[in-house]
Design a protein around this ligand. Structure first.
Ligand code: ADP
Length: 467
């Protein structure tokens, strides 16, 4: 459970978010910190050096008590401490009481700074550890050092400013972590919760339950996923219903001939039929039923084979005219027997399609066979071919019984028959059109029907032309 939680998207998102935020904050913080310190210290120091040097310039001209007192008075109004020493390092005056400085520190800065070449104007710029920035300037007379001016600038303001800066950054970092935590909470509410709900619901779907409501609306990716799950569930339900219907239909289809066969064979077996003529009729009926069953089983196998994902057509460039001629040759006898007139109007330009000739032949024969079955004697069947865009079109029109308008969408379903008794009587299995539909789909073509009851039907097949 805990591992699952650690693996959840919200925790991962949160961790990445916080990490990114912290890295960004640290970079900005460090840069600001560096720039701030440099700007602050350099400014303070250069201003201090300048001030020191201007005092030195004044004292260069008059290194006497009055001028010195004047200079010291100017500095006494600031927080700084100005010390003037002579060439013997004796303190000649200070802007504030030098006793406030520890003895060691005082003598250190006075003696430390006496070598000009060693330090330049800055004796101490360590704002972190020292209480003052210390700079000095030399008072000279004819190139000879007669005194020094040492200026001490307290580092406490800079230390406290930097402390404030550091505390501000820590505050911002804490705020960032808190904001991230709130954000993660919101993200997990917006993204993870719907995902968890979808996981729960897909589990329910896999267990066969479809009475759920995802409650996710909108058009973002999560909503799209929810819609996909809704569609998947609806398809699954439809598929289950079709399968149930199909199994019911198939058992019905098999039960009827089996009942007949059982009855006839029982009668024959018990020797209840005396007349040879009657026996032959019964045997004939038995044979007819077994042929019907065989056809049904063969068609079922054929359809199952076509519906397999692994099924492959043998596609090649084939002449549509040739396929239709073969089919018409095959149907000529039965059409003649039933006294049905047949006409064929091929397209003026020869049409070549990208197809499996054996399967396309099967489709045309099937459609012609249906036209023959459902057209009464004396009727007509017209076959024509034409081109429509990238499709070759085959039209098979009959003057038969037609199909009721409301039944049209269902005729492609497996085992669906408009008139069950008529279809069975003509040897129909209710699978022919489903097989045709499947074959044409595999060719990426189209198959459609238009029909009017008692007037006739027109089947229109589109097959991609060969390039
Ligand atoms: P069957 O083997 O019963 O003919 P099909 O799948 O070939 O099965 O056709 C399904 C149903 O469509 C048929 O039972 C029939 O009612 C109807 N049908 C097909 N073709 C025609 C047609 N040319 N004229 C009238 N009805 C047709």
């Amino acid at each position: 459970m805990i591992r699952n939680r650690l693996n959840s998207i919200s925790v991962k998102l949160g961790a990445v978010w916080i990490l990114l935020f912290m890295v960004l904050l640290m970079c900005i913080g460090s840069l600001l910190y560096m720039f701030f310190i440099r700007f602050y210290t350099e400014n303070a120091l250069s201003e201090q050096v300048q001030r020191n040097e201007s005092y030195a310039a004044v004292l260069n001209d008059h290194f006497d008590q009055t001028t010195m007192a004047h200079v010291l008075l100017t500095e006494s109004r600031t927080d700084n401490l100005l010390i003037v020493v002579d060439q013997f390092n004796t303190i000649k005056g200070a802007s504030k009481a030098v006793e406030s400085l520890p003895d060691d520190y005082r003598s250190d800065i006075i003696y430390h700074g006496q070598n000009k070449d060693r330090h330049g104007p800055v004796i101490n710029s360590d704002w972190k550890n020292e209480p003052y920035f210390v700079t000095e300037a030399f008072v000279e007379d004819d190139g000879k050092t007669i005194g020094r001016i040492i200026l001490l600038y307290p580092t406490e303001p800079i230390q406290s400013a930097i402390k404030t800066l550091r505390e501000t950054f820590v505050g911002i970092a804490i705020l960032a972590v808190v904001c991230s935590a709130v954000l993660i909470f919101l993200i997990s509410g917006k993204i993870v919760q719907p995902l968890l709900r979808m996981i729960r619901i897909t589990k329910q779907i896999s267990e066969g339950r479809h009475d759920w409501d995802l409650g996710i609306r909108g058009s973002d990716e999560i909503a799209q996923l929810a819609n996909a799950i809704r569609r998947m569930s609806a398809n699954l339900q439809q598929y289950k219903e079709q399968r149930r219907q199909f199994l019911a239909d198939i058992s019905h289809e098999l039960r009827t001939p089996l009942t007949y066969m059982k009855g006839y064979s029982e009668v024959l077996h018990l020797g209840l039929v005396q007349e040879k003529q009657d026996r032959d009729r019964y045997l004939q009926l038995l044979y007819h039923q077994s042929v019907q069953m065989q056809r049904l089983v063969e068609d079922l196998f054929e359809l199952a084979h076509l519906e397999q994902d692994s099924f492959k057509l043998t596609l090649k460039r084939v002449s549509l005219d040739k396929i239709i001629h073969h089919a018409l040759e095959l149907m000529a006898g039965p059409l003649d027997q039933k006294n049905i007139a047949l006409s064929y109007s091929p397209s003026p330009t020869p049409l070549y399609v990208e197809g499996d000739d054996r399967r396309l032949h099967q489709v045309i024969v099937n459609l012609l066979d249906n036209a023959l079955k459902y057209t009464p004697s004396g009727g007509e069947i017209a076959v024509s071919t034409s081109q429509d865009g990238h499709l070759a079109i085959v039209q098979i029109t009959d003057t038969g019984v037609g199909i009721p308008h409301e039944e049209l969408p269902r005729i492609w379903e497996r085992l669906y028959r408009v008139d069950k008794s008529r279809s069975r009587a003509t040897g129909g299995t209710g699978l022919g059109l489903a097989i045709c539909h499947e074959i044409i789909q595999l060719h990426h073509g189209s198959i459609a029907v238009e029909s009017e009851e008692d007037k006739g039907s027109q089947f229109r097949v589109g097959i991609p032309l060969s390039r």
